[in-house]
Write a protein that binds this ligand. Structure first.
Ligand code: GAL
Length: 654
């Protein structure tokens, strides 16, 4: 378990580097990420490589005892490169060029940009690949950030047409698959196909889903291009990319497949106002972040990284990009760090070492102030580092959880693309609600993709598996687990159409029922059932030759069950989700305990940790402590029974 920081040697006089490196060391930091935006300093003119300064920076950090994560600078091609090759730029949905002057100004489909990337990455990998100070590489920076997964440029158009012609056996097959007979959208050749943008009203959902798959493919191959070069010239080093939070614009399982580690960037307070958290909880968790937001992503990216996850950027104080940018409660920087470790992070790295006094991110806190003195976060990082050292003897091997949520990026997209004006229904927000309920019940959750091995799980949940998937269905057919499917499961084919047998598509083999009607509900409408289940956002009418477990006033059933398989045909409010899962956990024989809203507990090997996100002071009850293997004779490793907001309790339990 290591602590890291993001550092920009090119922003500071070289005379400071030694002192900075030493100060980081004093804080307990041992990994430093550098270089990911430094192209204009590495190659100030075409072909004029200036790598000596970078070598001195790496040497300085290495001598001070740090491992260096070197970023490839491809998120920021310099002005000369763009001006010489303006066709590298992406285009937005209005046909406007996304111009130079910030970052991520490139189109994934630009063949000439790929050649430039290949060139700079090869030069860097050859020069530094074998340097003893380099322990890892980061490819690019935050693919997709600032809405850059998708580009509507002429290169994208050409590449998409080519992609379509590779995917379909002739244009007639594409017409059939997409249902282009509708509104006379049929094509007579692949060259006639446009991008799904600028149409008078919505474009064909199949067209949009195809374009989303294509965009994933572009990011995947762009990333792989770099990974292959780095593997060749820098063997034995981890290759990572830093993904974002609340981000589903491409399939992260697919892109991460070529990496050694999936890392991600966590800004809990920035996310809170943008991630679907309701107004009440935005107030409750204004300075702490939502209790399940960070861990949701830790668990998800741990799955994307096949068990290996890092936190590449962790919020240190107020950020500069959310509608409101509060300061965290004292203690939260330490808490977020510990929580990441408890969910399997191998590294927690802070963004950034020192606040920049110039350019776009002046208002973004760092561990140090622009004048170099320590800011609040530095103090907490130091405590965190000491505590990690102190607890390093405790076994922290991650165990498989008993509960799995199948996370399907394509399913999320299919649901997002077509919903009959159900503005409140968001597949990601809904999946987060499901996760949150399970975490409140004190159970560990693994995310898995639709191809994963499901053996040994006792409860399997499908919350965003909109696309009917026969492989997944086959696995669910042989499991002994309780299986819970939520609305929209299997309601679309891979081409975003309604399956022939109606929803839930292939999964009708598990449960004999059909969805014959769906309705979406505005925020002021909440429906209740005979057994007081509370429903919001989305409801489905089911045809089945057996009775539902519960019913709405208007006679629609709620919660269909056949043996171990459950179909929940509406979106439950949180208390209803809690009740549903309590029953399933009981039936599955999974120990659970309701922790309430702000207390969360995570276990990694022998280490058990409690985190209080508030808004209230919490007392760890004897029941909770016993449930999580607390031994009164051994007592606490960190903290105590009473947890103020941002407090941590830790003990060694089984
Ligand atoms: C991340 C990005 C960093 C920095 C940070 C600010 O999205 O990777 O470079 O901009 O946000 O919060």
């Amino acid at each position: 378990m290591k602590i890291g920081v993001c550092y920009y040697p090119e922003h500071w006089p070289e005379s400071r580097w030694v002192a900075d490196a030493q100060h980081m060391k004093n804080l307990g930091i041992s990994m430093v990420r550098i270089g990911e935006f430094a192209w204009s300093k590495l190659e100030p003119e075409p072909g004029n490589y200036q790598f000596d300064w970078l070598e001195r920076a790496i040497d300085t950090l290495h001598k001070a005892g740090h491992e260096v994560i070197l970023g490839t600078p491809t998120a920021t091609p310099p002005a000369w490169l763009i001006r010489n090759n303006p066709d590298m730029l992406a285009m937005d949905e209005h046909g406007q060029v996304r111009d130079f002057g910030s970052r991520r100004h490139y189109c994934f489909s630009s063949a000439s940009y790929r050649i430039e990337c290949e060139r700079i990455v090869t030069a860097l990998a050859k020069r530094f690949g074998a340097h003893a100070g380099i322990s890892a590489w980061q490819t690019d920076n935050e693919y997709g950030c600032h809405s850059t997964s998708i580009s509507y440029s002429p290169m994208a158009l050409q590449a998409f047409q080519q992609w379509c012609s590779n995917q379909y056996n002739g244009v007639e097959a594409l017409n059939m698959a997409w249902g282009n007979v509708f509104w006379s959208m049929e094509y007579t050749s692949f060259e006639e196909i446009g991008l799904p943008v600028g149409t008078v009203t919505e474009s064909n959902p199949a067209h949009r889903l195809a374009f989303w798959r294509f965009s994933t493919e572009q990011i995947k191959t762009f990333n792989k291009l770099q990974v292959d070069i780095l593997r060749e010239h820098s063997p034995g080093r981890d290759i990572v990319h830093n993904f974002m939070g609340n981000f589903v614009e491409f399939d992260h399982f697919d892109v991460a497949d070529n990496l050694d580690v999936a890392s991600w960037d966590n800004y809990p307070l920035g996310f809170l106002t943008r991630d679907g958290t309701d107004a009440v909880d935005q107030k409750n968790y204004f300075r702490t972040g939502h209790p399940d937001s960070s861990s949701f992503h830790h668990d998800l990216y741990r799955a994307c990284g096949k068990g290996r996850m890092w936190l590449m950027e962790q919020q240190p104080g107020p950020v500069n990009w959310a509608p409101y940018n509060p300061a965290p409660v004292p203690g939260m920087v330490r808490l977020w760090g510990w929580e990441a470790f408890a969910h399997g992070a191998e590294v927690v790295s802070y963004f950034r070492y020192r606040q920049a006094p110039f350019a776009q991110e002046q208002m973004h806190a760092g561990l140090c102030l622009p004048d170099g003195r320590e800011d609040d976060a530095a103090v907490e990082v130091k405590i965190l580092a000491e505590e990690i050292h102190q607890l390093s003897h405790i076994d922290n091997t991650m165990q498989q959880a008993s509960v799995a949520i199948v996370f399907d990026y394509v399913g999320d997209q299919a649901a997002r693309i077509q919903q009959p004006d159900g503005q409140n229904y968001d597949p990601l927000v809904f999946t987060q609600r499901v996760y949150s309920a399970l975490r409140q019940l004190g159970v560990a959750v693994d995310f898995v993709n639709t191809a994963a091995n499901l053996d040994n799980y006792k409860l399997i949940v499908l919350a965003n598996c909109t696309v009917s998937n026969i492989t997944l269905c086959n696995k669910l057919e042989t499991t002994k687990a309780q299986v819970v499917m939520f609305p929209r499961t299997g309601s679309k084919t891979a081409e975003c159409s309604i399956p022939e047998q109606l929803a839930p598509g292939a999964y009708q083999r598990l449960l004999n029922l059909k969805v014959t009607r769906v309705e979406t509900l505005p925020p002021m409408i909440q429906m209740t059932t005979e057994n007081k289940a509370a429903i919001v956002d989305w409801r489905e009418r089911i045809e089945a030759d057996y009775a539902a477990q519960d019913a709405f006033e208007d006679g629609w059933g709620f919660h269909y069950r056949q043996g171990q398989y459950h179909y929940i045909n509406a979106c439950p409010q949180q208390p209803t989700l809690l009740k549903l899962f309590t029953e399933r956990l009981q039936e599955a024989g999974i120990a659970h305990i309701d922790l309430g809203r702000g207390l969360r507990i995570a276990q990694r090997g022998q280490l058990t940790m409690a985190f209080n996100y508030g808004p209230d002071i919490t007392e760890l009850s004897d029941e909770v402590l016993a449930h999580f293997g607390f031994n009164p004779n051994q007592g606490f490793l960190l903290g105590q029974k009473t947890l103020h907001v941002s407090d941590i309790g830790a003990w060694s339990g089984t």
